[in-house]
Design a protein around this ligand. Structure first.
Ligand code: FAD
Length: 310
């Protein structure tokens, strides 16, 4: 089943939603991840995705857990895959390992240099340079459904937004069926990317542009995240969060969280009004903040009946 098919299937609430998980670091983290997975499973996300880390042991765990999502839950998993430190042969066998576990939805990414996401990109000597090449590689390997990343504020390495939009169009033309955006904190950035895409290639612009959304629960964490990704917290958003955080040594986490949930709900409502195809929640392996936003949007989060994936 493809993500595109899934997005057009019936869903609860005003818009389909999806959830991003990340590989847990240890057994305790894995337990928490599974509690979160089960919470979301009851709410019927269109799909869930699992990010792909840079280190060897995390990578093995990622492949295993993504397989378990496919075999032990009703969820439709998307496996992220990056070209970092992989030869083409290794990428081929990873795709094969996913296929063997019944996973045919893959998010094709270049990835960032390990250790320093803003550092110099060094291609594996027998590897790939751009995500577009990974899209082609996966498509050549069989009947896979491939998605890619998109960047409403432009990718931090792109010289300008025009070139970044061209790179996205190239990935879609290479066979990607949809893209998921980097998290943003101003819906205008998403809408402008959608406009740029429509102006660049109307056929590719018809493919789902899925907005990444993250309820902010800590001002310190979001500042750090932004410094690593090259995106920006708008002045008004920063002001609301800073007012909630207070002036003490420690930020007032409960107050920041409340504002973070208000903000995410406002972004989601605007995205729904603007016809976004899905809301992709970056959960950081926690369910509470995202489910609170979903409840505010009118999704019945008290229902205990799992929605069976088609
Ligand atoms: P690309 O599309 O290859 O783009 C990389 C840069 O090259 C861009 O600046 C682009 O404009 C430019 N470019 C592309 N093609 C060309 C070309 N032909 N000629 C010249 N320039 C070109 N990282 C992880 O490590 N693991 C994950 O699981 C993960 N998941 C992510 C999920 C989402 C939704 C997003 C938005 C990002 C994710 N990332 C992940 C981060 C991502 O890997 C980095 O942002 C990375 O720097 C860019 O990846 P990409 O696939 O967009 O690369």
């Amino acid at each position: 089943l493809s993500i595109v098919d899934r997005l057009s299937a019936p869903h609860r609430g005003p818009i389909p939603f999806s959830v991003e998980f990340m590989p847990p670091r240890d057994a305790e983290g894995e337990e928490r991840l599974w509690r979160t997975v089960r919470t979301f499973e009851r709410l019927g996300p269109a799909f869930v995705s699992m990010t792909y880390g840079a280190g060897g042991s995390t990578r093995d765990r990622t492949v295993r857990i993504t397989g378990q999502l496919a075999s032990q839950t009703t969820l439709l998993p998307v496996a992220h895959l990056t070209a970092v430190n992989h030869s083409i042969d290794e990428l081929r066998s990873l795709v094969g390992a996913y296929a063997a576990q019944g996973i045919t939805n893959i998010l094709a990414l270049r990835g960032d240099p390990p250790g320093d996401p803003l550092g110099e990109w060094v291609r594996h000597p027998r590897g790939l340079t751009y995500a577009e090449e990974l899209v082609r590689l996966i498509r050549d390997l069989g009947d896979f459904h491939v998605g890619v990343a998109s960047f409403p504020e432009g990718h931090h390495r792109a010289p300008d937004l025009e070139q970044d939009t061209r790179a996205l169009v190239d990935k879609l033309r290479a066979g990607a069926e949809y893209s998921i955006t980097q998290v943003f904190f101003d819906v205008e950035h998403y809408l402008r990317l959608r406009d740029r895409l429509a102006a660049a290639d109307s056929e590719q612009a018809a493919k789902p542009l899925i907005p990444g959304i993250m309820p902010i629960t800590s001002l310190a964490s979001v500042r750090k995240m932004v410094s690593l990704s090259g995106s920006v917290i708008p002045v008004d958003v920063e002001a609301r969060l800073a007012a909630a955080a207070g002036t003490g040594d420690q930020e007032d986490r409960a107050a920041v969280r409340a504002v973070g949930i208000d903000l995410a709900t406002e972004w989601a409502q605007r995205l729904i009004a603007e016809g976004a195809p899905c809301l992709h929640f970056c959960s950081l392996n926690f369910a509470k903040a995202s489910t609170e936003v979903l409840a505010r949007l009118g999704v019945d989060i008290t229902s205990a009946v799992p929605v069976v994936a088609g």
